[in-house]
Design a protein around this ligand. Structure first.
Ligand SMILES: *[C@@H]1O[C@H](CO)[C@@H](O)[C@H](O)[C@H]1NC(C)=O
Ligand SMILES: *[C@@H]1O[C@H](CO)[C@@H](O)[C@H](O)[C@H]1NC(C)=O
Ligand SMILES: *[C@@H]1O[C@H](CO)[C@@H](O)[C@H](O)[C@H]1NC(C)=O
Ligand SMILES: *[C@@H]1O[C@H](CO)[C@@H](O)[C@H](O)[C@H]1NC(C)=O
Length: 368
């Protein structure tokens, strides 16, 4: 494995203190700061659940994915190395993301069934709505968690289970695929239809979060939707090669509503804590100021084919770049290991621009 600690110049004033904190923290190998982390969402968080779905084409368990992962191993992550969830888990003191639920689903003697480590339920292609994608919906991911929760209760009894879950972190990274799906089926979304769609999405998100709360979740780390209109795939659809602004506007609208939703929920759900981490702000900061943050290429994907390498996925026959740490995007829709690393730092240690109302570190360390 060839990860070098990349320390680019950081003239962005707000990212500077963040990085000092991160460098100090990374220097000290520590034990996990929370009992467990449970992960839900889409391909930005999937670490291999989709490997277990026969017939699904939303997979990444083949080269060149994983070429910078330890032992150059494709795991199902949509990345050349780690994804954002891996880095968030590392900051919380774990080795990387907990394993995919489906890899241990039938191994009921596995430590995960006793509530140790945590579990990753995320599935590439899924969304907040049941109608988005043909993989493991968020509803289904929550059903899997509910099954697991019962299994933990069986092993350590009810009260310790609720105590464990109340101290654990529940990470959710979803919404982008719903926006893509809405865009694909409404040929010209306007302000009214866009707002209506976001309201539907948020109301469904609210149900998911309440369901997790009822199962014992208290600490929520929500990751928002990046400016998805700037991914290589949407760019390849745009005759000008620019970002597809309508997708970015929908992302902004969704992200604003998510913050409001979480704030509202924290007022009514007793003991609920949260942070909304902004992948939108991180990716926007990189696009605004690429050289300053150490990037050489922010439009074209490292791996893929066609315009911006954004017309098809990172398959074994696709071409890939050598300077992967200088690219914002790994494939047509997903960030590189380097970008995920930067996002992990900004969301974990960052100012309110990158995580609010508190950052993930404060969420993790909250003892009340
Ligand atoms: C678990 O076992 C059931 C029943 O044998 C099977 O249908 C399912 O595919 C298995 N799941 C995994 C992820 O192996
Ligand atoms: C917006 O789009 C919806 C759905 O396509 C359509 O029914 C509605 O008439 C449009 N409204 C305006 C103001 O264009
Ligand atoms: C949050 O609460 C305010 C005030 O009650 C309400 O107007 C708004 O619609 C709510 N928003 C969400 C997303 O829950
Ligand atoms: C690679 O193979 C896939 C499936 O066979 C095909 O759809 C795709 O166009 C090919 N890509 C390149 C870059 O040749």
């Amino acid at each position: 494995m060839a990860f070098t600690m990349r320390v680019p110049p950081f003239p962005l004033r707000d990212l500077l203190p963040v990085l000092f904190a991160a460098v100090l923290a990374l220097g000290a190998a520590e034990a996990a700061k929370v009992p467990a982390v449970y992960v839900f969402g889409d391909s930005t968080a999937d670490v291999g659940n989709n490997n277990y779905l026969p017939g699904s084409d939303a997979k990444a368990n083949f080269p060149h994915n994983g070429m910078d992962f330890p032992y150059s191993r494709p795991t199902g992550r949509f990345s050349n190395g780690y994804n954002g969830v891996d880095f968030l888990a590392i900051h919380m003191g774990f080795r990387r993301s907990p394993p995919p639920f489906l890899s241990i689903a039938n191994k009921t003697k596995h430590p995960i069934h006793r509530g140790l480590i945590g579990t990753n339920f995320a599935s590439g292609g899924s969304g907040i709505l049941d109608s988005t994608g043909r993989t493991i919906t968020l509803t289904k991911q929550l059903q899997y968690f509910s099954t697991l929760q019962s299994s933990i209760v069986k092993h350590i009894a009810t009260e310790p289970t609720y105590h464990l879950l109340s101290k654990s972190i529940f990470l959710i990274s979803s919404g982008g695929n719903d926006i893509f799906a809405f865009f694909a089926k409404s040929n010209a979304p306007n302000k009214t239809s866009g707002d209506q769609f976001i309201a539907t999405l948020i109301s469904k998100y609210e149900n998911h979060i309440k369901a997790l709360y009822n199962l014992g979740a208290r600490k929520f780390g929500i990751v928002d939707v990046p400016p998805i209109g700037c991914c290589p795939y949407p760019r390849s659809l745009n005759p000008t090669g620019g970002c597809l602004e309508i997708l970015n506007q929908l992302s902004v609208g969704f992200n604003k509503a998510v913050k409001l939703l979480m704030h509202n929920l924290s007022l009514t759900l007793k003991g609920m804590k949260y942070s909304v981490g902004s992948s939108y702000e991180v990716v926007s900061a990189i696009i605004r100021n690429p050289e300053a943050l150490g990037y050489k290429e922010i439009k074209t994907a490292c791996c893929g084919a066609g315009k911006f390498n954004g017309e098809s996925g990172c398959t074994p026959n696709a071409t890939y770049c050598s300077e992967r740490h200088l690219y914002l995007f790994w494939d047509l829709l997903h960030p590189t290991h380097a970008t995920s690393k930067l996002a992990g730092v900004a969301i974990y240690y960052g100012s309110p621009q990158f995580a609010s109302p508190i950052n993930f570190k404060q969420l993790v360390e909250d003892q009340n």
